[in-house]
Design a protein around this ligand. Structure first.
Ligand code: SF4
Ligand code: SF4
Length: 101
């Protein structure tokens, strides 16, 4: 099966690498990946002591009951495969792969 590729304006063939997952055990919630993602794919969530997901409030009053924050893939369908998130992540949390067509 062939991989999904893009022909760039200069004629070069480029193979996008799409985000699969983010390693919650390694993530330190630094937010670097969130800032560089131009497609609004990523979402910061809380994890409670039972490992359950906690939605974070938009305000900064710190009353959410979570053990730690982690970055997650909120909208994988928006990913352009640019790989900026994985390049900037200091903890090597990202798993990406090319798409088959
Ligand atoms: S590969 Fe690019 S578009 Fe996809 S999540 Fe990472 S930064 Fe966003
Ligand atoms: S850059 Fe890496 S460590 Fe920082 S929030 Fe994103 S996934 Fe987590």
């Amino acid at each position: 099966m062939a991989l999904f590729t893009v022909t760039l304006p200069g004629g070069e063939i480029w193979t996008p690498q799409f985000v699969n997952s983010i390693d919650a055990d390694k993530c330190i919630a630094c937010g670097r990946c969130f800032k560089v993602c131009a497609q609004a794919v990523l979402r910061l969530i809380g994890i409670d002591e039972d490992g359950e997901t906690v939605e974070l409030d938009d305000d900064d009053d710190d009353d959410d009951e979570y053990e730690k924050k982690v970055m997650t893939v909120g909208h994988a369908e928006r990913c352009s495969g640019c790989q900026a998130c994985a390049m900037i992540c200091p903890k090597k949390c990202y798993s990406l792969s090319a798409a088959e067509v």
